[in-house]
Design a protein around this ligand. Structure first.
Ligand code: SAM
Length: 279
């Protein structure tokens, strides 16, 4: 398998008359070694069905095809989705192991392929919603590595009582444990973005409850972080019909009503939601 470097990426883009779109977060990786490293970090093996979101011109896709049993790539840009199987035929001995789907990742409801591992350089502007959506709708995804804007990576992997801890951290924790997996230089992209990037890896864990509980937990999380500086009893007052009622629910759940959302881990949010569901 020959991977794509800077000159191949530029030549491919020129042949497609492609001007990278900012709104679609089109910053293509031009360093084959980085692509191999990402695939290694994700621990992809020959039994894995790998899911890639936003394969672009195929840098990471070809590296994934070297290791995975098969690769499913979901790309919103039809020009890129049309070109990718052609590129795979030119560079891989097993182009039939790649399936390209021309779709918005946020509209995925299910996939016929039961992907086991997610490996993606996610489009920056939708990285959090896409990541959370995939965890929600694709329960066969057990692990993965995604490249995102550095600040977003820090938020996804953040622990309570830190500045970075917020809605993405605690919602991701419902499905998975998420950890930082290193920084990536701006120089490996074309065009070079004006933000730094980092990798995060995740491993799915058993969810703390069913869909009814998750919806309630997520509604509480949204309220708790809507105004970060508010104490929980006032942040949740609209949900429980006043701060006195919210205080009662919090106390019954064993949570100090004067805390702020940033102090609670996912287990504590679940305790509040369970209390609310029971009362
Ligand atoms: N994986 C390629 C690489 O590393 O060189 C390209 C990554 S680029 C940061 C993001 C890719 O996601 C682009 O190809 C873009 O067209 C695609 N994309 C943007 N929004 C998308 C969405 N909602 N669903 C699927 N693909 C999307």
């Amino acid at each position: 398998m020959s991977l794509l470097g800077a000159s191949e990426i530029r030549a491919l883009a020129a042949s497609l008359d492609l001007k990278p779109s900012k709104s679609l977060g089109q910053n293509f990786v031009i360093d084959a070694n980085v692509c191999r490293k990402i695939v290694r970090t994700a621990g992809v093996t020959s039994t894995d069905v790998a899911l890639e979101i936003g394969p672009g011109l195929g840098s990471l896709t070809l590296a994934l095809m070297e290791e995975a049993h098969s690769v499913v790539a979901v790309e919103i840009d039809s020009r890129l989705a049309t070109q990718l199987p052609i590129t795979a035929k030119l560079h891989s001995d097993h182009p039939e192991t790649l399936t390209v789907i021309n779709q918005d990742a946020l509209s995925i409801k299910e996939l016929a392929f039961a992907p086991t591992v997610l490996v993606a350089n996610l489009p920056y502007n939708v990285s959090v919603p896409v990541f959370l959506h995939l965890l929600e709708v694709l329960p066969t995804l057990r692990t993965g590595v995604v490249m995102v804007q550095a600040e977003v990576a820090d938020r996804l992997a953040a622990k309570p009582n830190t500045r970075e801890y917020g809605i993405p951290s605690v919602k991701a924790a419902w499905w998975a444990s998420v950890t930082g997996a290193g920084s990536v230089s701006r120089s490996i992209f074309w065009p070079a973005p004006n933000v730094d990037s980092k990798l995060v890896s995740f491993t799915r864990r058993e969810t703390p409850g069913d869909e009814e509980l998750r919806k309630k937990v997520f509604a509480i999380i949204d309220l708790a972080f809507a105004q970060r500086r508010k104490m929980l009893r006032s942040a949740l007052s609209s949900m429980y019909g006043g701060s006195g009622a919210a205080e009662k629910v919090l106390s019954a759940a064993g949570i100090d009503p004067t805390l702020r959302g940033e102090a609670l881990d996912i287990a504590a949010f679940c305790k509040i939601a369970q209390q609310g569901l029971e009362s």
